[in-house]
Design a protein around this ligand. Structure first.
Ligand code: SF4
Ligand code: FES
Length: 239
């Protein structure tokens, strides 16, 4: 038997915990325990999920003090019969464990996370890419936009304008894609006051990432790329 303590809010916005006893085995996930509550104890409890297999990125929540995916966190891995669950920090709460992702995706859109071409895009054949070129950015392309890194980042928590680890990782991912020609449209965003210079390299984002994306590493590489780009401009070089 596990005791789940779930942080909620009343109609006045005051926080409190609801406690639920859930008969789950150790192999069960936190998401399965929450679904048990929803189906058998309390239908008013709200949380977000879809794929149940760490692909859709929608079930992030703080579980025993760390941002985690509910669908891939087994109860046994928490080494406790008491599981404390809260909504992801650094996001506004809509209800119970459901948070507002609009500001996250607004930042994401700002970094132009798509292939940009100088030409008209009217191709008779695909743009070739070797396995080596694909491997350059493959790690960063594993991002499922779950936002756990943003919840873990101490700078995101204190500076709402900071773009944050996931958007900056996406920015870098497209800058190093051999098919892309849009670095000049993104690098000023990376070098802006809300970009890489805000990162303190705490590394919490990489710790939290369920897909081993290593956003802190991407941000460091992006900072170097940004400096080189600025230097080239100062020296009058071309991209
Ligand atoms: S970098 Fe990792 S933690 Fe951040 S949004 Fe992508 S998958 Fe989630
Ligand atoms: S339900 Fe899709 S990532 Fe957890």
């Amino acid at each position: 038997m596990y005791k789940l303590m779930v942080k909620r809010r009343n109609e006045h916005g005051d926080e409190y915990y609801d406690n639920y006893n859930v008969p789950a085995d150790k192999a069960s996930t936190v998401l399965e325990a929450l679904l048990y509550i929803k189906e058998n104890i309390d239908q008013t409890l709200s949380f977000r999920y879809s794929c149940r297999m760490e692909i859709c990125g929608s079930c992030g929540m703080e579980i025993n003090g760390r941002p985690r995916m509910a669908c891939s966190t087994q109860l046994a891995s928490l080494h406790s019969d008491i599981i404390k669950i809260s909504p992801l920090p650094h996001y506004n709460v809509i209800k119970d464990l459901v948070v507002d992702f609009d500001p996250f995706f607004d930042k994401y859109k700002k970094v132009k996370p798509y292939i940009i071409r100088d030409d008209d895009g009217n191709y008779s054949a695909e743009i070739p890419q070797t396995p080596e070129q694909f491997n350059e950015f493959k790690e960063y392309a594993q991002c499922i936009k779950c936002g756990l890194c943003m919840a873990a980042c101490p700078v995101v928590g204190t500076d709402e304008n900071y773009l944050g680890p996931a958007p900056l990782t996406a920015l870098f991912r497209y800058n190093i894609d051999n098919r892309d020609q849009g670095i000049m449209y993104r690098i000023d965003i990376a070098n802006s006051d809300d970009g890489t210079s805000r990162c303190h390299f705490a590394g919490e984002c990489t710790e939290a990432c369920p897909k081993d994306v290593r956003p802190s590493f991407a941000i460091q590489k992006l900072r170097v790329q940004g400096l080189k780009y600025e230097l080239k401009n100062i020296m009058g070089g071309k991209k």
